[in-house]
Unconditional design. Structure first.
Length: 380
């Protein structure tokens, strides 16, 4: 809990912010009847269910009366809070599985017990700068954890598997982005081997999510500043949490074969302008709160990419989904290479882990990172 003695503007923490107005976006329209037909009376597994995206997936799935939602997460406090919320809403059709997705035997037990028909895989380590310092953990969760759930989904005949990826997987500049890209590649390597339909959804930042820029700005404002912005020209793509999940649900519902979807994010937003808009929303100004430019952090780009140039608009009710032309892959070799890498990470140091990811993902070029040295070696 915040120390009251350090709070100058407490309303910054409690004020309700309308994200649609803040981003200048209009509400999207989704065919709710079509989603109802897809998710009603289904057994659905949501990994990372206590996270920002996972919670929103669960909350929206509830509206379609699934047979059962299986909440999977390793956060005891997060799952506890979520169970309290579901109970308060009198929603009973859920089961809790408190475990780490890297725990092969526990995940096997889960699939044997529940036989999910649809899987939403949202569990991930996502913070760019933290993962630059912890590449082993990033790989073990974002790649190995993904592999375990993918393999079990195939083994137990899951009908649709939805992987929550990131715009940071496109031409990755960070450990986190590279691990998300490896997760995508493993799925591509497996998606023709069984009847499971694998759907990958890539989108940018979910505004207001845990650890994202809005909560950080609010805490900084509450303490009287300064607001810290990494670069005066830094931009990011943003969607509201409800809108993001609606489009993920739509992509999964409409897709009849394995595909990568890009979610149309609108125009990129200048982070400096976003900071000023939040101040205005809270009836404050730069006379009250200073804004400081502190420089890009390890792994961060000035501008993120969405790869729309190679994407084709996908016909859905919202008109906000694009499909990506998947590159031709030597799938047998790719799966073998990723599995071989995962078998060796216990013996690798950080530099070796990142070096191996750069070998597997040639477009992975570090930015403002200690791993730049590996890119220089590749040039020599």
């Amino acid at each position: 809990m915040e120390n009251p003695n350090n709070i100058k503007y407490p309303h910054a923490l409690t004020e309700v912010i309308n994200y649609s107005q803040l981003l200048g976006k209009t509400e999207i329209e989704i065919d709710q009847n079509f989603l109802q037909d897809t998710y009603s009376h289904k057994t659905i597994l949501v990994s990372g269910a206590a996270g920002s995206i996972g919670q929103n997936i669960v909350q929206q799935l509830m509206e379609f009366h699934p047979k059962l939602i299986i909440l999977v997460d390793n956060s005891e406090s997060g799952i506890f809070e979520m169970v309290q919320e579901l109970n308060s809403l009198n929603f009973k059709d859920f089961a809790v599985f408190l475990t780490d997705i890297r725990n092969q035997s526990r995940m096997q037990q889960l699939f044997e017990r529940f036989h999910p028909e649809i899987v939403f895989h949202a569990a991930a380590y996502k913070h760019v700068t933290l993962m630059e310092e912890n590449p082993y953990e990033a790989v073990s969760v974002n790649v190995l954890g993904t592999k375990i759930i993918v393999d079990l989904s195939i083994q137990f005949g899951v009908k649709k598997f939805v992987f929550i990826s990131s715009d940071k997987a496109i031409n990755p500049s960070s450990v986190m982005g590279a691990t998300k890209r490896l997760g995508e590649l493993y799925i591509q390597g497996m998606n023709d081997l069984d009847n499971t339909i694998f759907i990958t959804t890539r989108f940018g930042n979910v505004i207001g999510s845990s650890g994202s820029v809005i909560p950080i700005f609010r805490r900084q404002i509450a303490k009287g500043g300064p607001i810290t912005v990494t670069h005066k020209e830094a931009t990011r793509y943003f969607l509201g949490p409800k809108e993001s999940v609606q489009l993920v649900l739509e992509a999964a519902a409409y897709s009849q074969n394995s595909q990568i979807f890009l979610i149309e994010m609108g125009r990129p937003i200048l982070i400096l302008d976003l900071a000023k808009k939040i101040l205005k929303t809270l009836n404050l100004s730069m006379d009250d709160i200073d804004i400081q430019i502190v420089g890009l952090r390890p792994g961060e780009k000035i501008h993120e990419e969405l790869d729309y140039g190679k994407a084709i608009k996908f016909a859905t009710n919202s008109g906000r989904l694009f499909t990506v032309q998947k590159a031709t892959l030597n799938k047998d070799n790719l799966v073998f290479e990723i599995e071989s890498f995962l078998n060796k990470i216990e013996t690798f140091n950080h530099l070796e882990i990142v070096g191996e990811m750069k070998r597997l993902i040639p477009e992975y070029i570090s930015i403002n990172s200690k791993y730049d040295i590996l890119d220089n070696q590749r040039k020599d």
